[in-house]
Design a protein around this ligand. Structure first.
Ligand SMILES: NC(=O)C1=CN([C@@H]2O[C@H](COP(=O)(O)OP(=O)(O)OC[C@H]3O[C@@H](n4cnc5c(N)ncnc54)[C@H](O)[C@@H]3O)[C@@H](O)[C@H]2O)C=CC1
Ligand SMILES: O=C(O)[C@H]1O[C@H](OP(=O)(O)OP(=O)(O)OC[C@H]2O[C@@H](n3ccc(=O)[nH]c3=O)[C@H](O)[C@@H]2O)[C@H](O)[C@@H](O)[C@@H]1O
Length: 465
């Protein structure tokens, strides 16, 4: 029998878009996305579909097509669990900030709560799908909780990690490089696996649906993120050598990227990687390695994070040193706050670190981002607890107009690669700035020659141009 009712616990950046795509592609399946966060669910249900809580190009159209037909958002977690044959768990798994493993291990509190809730509600057999990114062997903990309920209900646990990237989520979900599903090597495990494969096969070619053991699937997700982040840290490490030697990182990246064994993607040097997952997943990998006594393995991967922290600090320090070693009282405009373009997500954004560094040096910051709210910018800074909340508000202003943000500034730092930055009237921005006017392009997106011709001093990543 094919699956008729799915539920997903967690209506965040993964749960929302992923389930919206399943609902779009499988009109014969009812998909209910549940969350404890009432405001978030209300936003997913907002009559005006442009107000859904996750900004992703194309997502509002997908939601508009399926919502109310076979896609539902609700806070009634129990009813959704009760009715569903397949339950995706897509809750947050942040880095643990207390106790054993503090600062490295994944905090599985929310995963365990879900498992306990499912255990208490389920009256018939269920397939539980790990959609969240989890440490290898988490499925055994989930299984343990579920099988000790004494209710006689049978649970199959599958691992089905998500590989979408923010900003391209709809594209990635519509046409994934691969879908990965791990299941137990038992008849029941394989039957559950087949049911999930059949759901994806409604739009994903079967040869792109990979099946493995649960453990390989769990570990592959951490590995994929570790490899991707490692590429960014590798190219960023080289960018510092370029700045000393007059080599140009864009040329180096092109030169090595044309080797098909290396490949051209993910070789863009930057102010550093951000986002909610790269750092947390590598730290998690480091923790897992250490917990097995694999210290060399742990140290190897930890270096990716150390390099990324160095890149962010190096960028901020360069602003200070270029502005004659003091930014005290100087207005500096920060263009971009999101961790990458085409998303409103700011988690672990390098902009937060750069702003914090500059505020520590008593700069006066003017922030503009096309999709991030003032409240979010202040929340991000307050979360660091580096200084009083009032001080963050006194020394950093958020602007709705980039030209106003740059007016009277000594320097501009580009911290997100939003396309609109390339289209600005840079001559007019220059005319309204203090001189010398400097642009620090943390994403290498602006036309250096054009800016220099206008009169700007330009500092980019990985070149002395
Ligand atoms: N953000 C991304 O692009 C990607 C994230 N992932 C992974 O997916 C997982 C989810 O990530 P995001 O969607 O970004 O997180 P998120 O924080 O945006 O969403 C998680 C949601 O789960 C809800 N929640 C937590 N516990 C709950 C419970 N017991 N019952 C009901 N709702 C509950 C929260 O209220 C929140 O709205 C994480 O493990 C992450 O590592 C994987 C691939 C991509
Ligand atoms: O597990 C996750 O959360 C996801 O993490 C990343 O996706 P995401 O963080 O949304 O975005 P990326 O495009 O990977 O960018 C991450 C960071 O690296 C930076 N980056 C990326 C590529 C590059 O060449 N240079 C570079 O600095 C980006 O600006 C951004 O700050 C992975 O790409 C997804 O496959 C994965 O599902």
């Amino acid at each position: 029998m094919s699956v008729k009712n799915i539920c997903c616990i967690g209506a965040g950046y993964v749960g929302g878009p992923t389930m919206a795509m399943i609902a779009k592609k499988c009109p014969h399946i009812n998909v209910t996305v549940v969350d404890l966060n009432e405001a978030r669910i209300a936003a997913w249900n907002d009559e005006d579909v442009s107000n859904i809580p996750v900004y992703e190009p194309g997502l509002s159209d997908v939601v508009a097509e399926a919502r109310g037909r076979n896609l539902f958002f609700s806070t009634d977690v129990n009813s959704a669990i009760d009715i569903a044959e397949v339950i995706f768990i897509s809750v947050n798994t942040p880095t643990k900030m207390y106790g054993a493993g503090k600062g490295q291990a994944a905090d599985l509190k929310w995963i365990e709560l879900c498992a306990r809730q499912i255990a208490s509600v389920a009256k018939n057999d269920k397939i539980i799908v790990e959609k969240s990114t989890l440490p290898v062997r988490t499925a055994s903990a989930i299984k343990d909780i579920l099988t000790h309920t004494g209710s006689g209900v049978s649970f199959q646990i599958l691992s089905n990690p998500e590989f979408l990237a923010e900003g391209t989520a709809v594209e990635d979900l519509d046409s994934p490089d691969r879908v990965l599903i791990g299941g137990d090597d038992t008849p029941e495990g394989q039957e559950a696996l087949r049911k999930l494969v059949d759901i994806y096969a409604n739009w994903v070619p079967r040869d792109r649906i990979l099946t493995t053991s649960v453990w390989s699937s769990e570990l592959s997700k951490l590995t994929a993120n570790a490899f991707l982040a490692q590429r960014v840290s590798s190219i960023n490490a080289l960018s510092e050598i370029c700045e000393k030697t007059e080599a140009n990182i864009a040329e180096v990246a092109r030169a090595i990227g044309t080797d098909s064994r290396i490949g051209s993607k993910f070789l863009k040097s930057s102010v550093g990687f951000g986002g909610s997952c790269f750092q947390k997943d590598i730290l998690n990998l480091v923790y897992i390695a250490k917990s097995y006594g694999l210290n060399e393995v742990a140290n190897y991967w930890e270096q990716v994070i150390i390099m990324n922290d160095h890149q962010k600090t190096r960028f901020a320090s360069k602003i200070v040193s270029t502005l004659y070693n003091t930014v005290n009282g100087k207005k500096i405009a920060l263009l971009g706050w999101a961790f990458k373009k085409d998303t409103n997500d700011t988690r672990e954004s390098p902009a937060i670190h750069v702003a914090d560094h500059l505020l520590f040096e008593q700069a006066n910051l003017a922030v503009y981002d096309p999709k991030v709210s003032e409240e979010q910018v202040y929340n991000d800074l307050d979360y660091l607890k580096t200084r009083e909340r009032a001080e963050n508000r006194a020394n950093l202003q958020v602007y709705l107009d980039p030209y106003e943000a740059c007016k009277g500034a000594h320097a501009i730092a580009v911290l997100t690669e939003w396309d609109e930055f390339k289209t600005y009237d840079w001559k007019s921005i220059y005319n309204n700035m203090l001189k010398p006017a400097t642009v620090f392009d943390g994403r290498n997106v602006l036309d250096i020659a054009e800016l220099k011709a206008i009169g700007f001093q330009v500092r980019s990543i990985g070149s002395t141009l």
